[in-house]
Design a protein around this ligand. Sequence first.
Ligand code: DC
Length: 223
Amino acid sequence: MENLVIAIDGPAGAGKSTVAQIVAQRLAYTYIDTGAMYRAVAWKALQLSKFASEDIAAIAADIDIQLTYKNGCTFVQIDGQDATEAIRTPEVSKMVAEVAQIADVRRYLLILQRRMAENGQVVMDGRDIGTHVLPNADIKIFLTASIEARALRRWRELIAKGYQVDFEQLKADIACRDKKDCEREFAPLVQAEDAVFLDTTHLSIEEAVCEILRLCDKRISDV
Ligand code: DC
């Protein structure tokens, strides 16, 4: 099995985690969901009612985040406690873009993320993986979709979990998060120069997965 490092970046709801997880499964690689790590910090800050940047950075400095994968699902443990569902609540989603803007939070999580990827054979997804975390990744993908399509996917996910959500409000929240992710000072969401742009608005999950696996095969046969 080749030792590739695959970086997948893009905005919320583009299908990154679903696609990245399947790609990792097919290659028998490790999948690392860096969004879950920012969510973990936001969740803990909410639990402790800490809202000042320096307090949130202090949380990021010593948080213990364990990511495990079973049956296509990412399980998240924070300081030994299961927080798989808790980090996906609308409250955490609302707060997380603010948390991700704090330079020290990004610095601490970057150290953890690089450590997680140091042995290779990883698929890591996020917003700044190809540009900052793993700039030497073998394959870089910028996965996106129209705001309508992304909001609809998130809305379906939340409804399936039993949340009452207004579609227009959700779309506005995603647009607001996109803006914060793209405009922040440190490691904003931007396509790496050497990333492949993949628009999933009209692609199925399987089509997106196949395209990434095709790029992996091509990379392997090119070297
Ligand atoms: O992918 P997600 O929706 O779970 O990400 C949660 C938030 O974390 C989102 O606002 C973007 C931010 N994030 C980031 O800034 N950098 C990353 N590498 C991953 C996520």
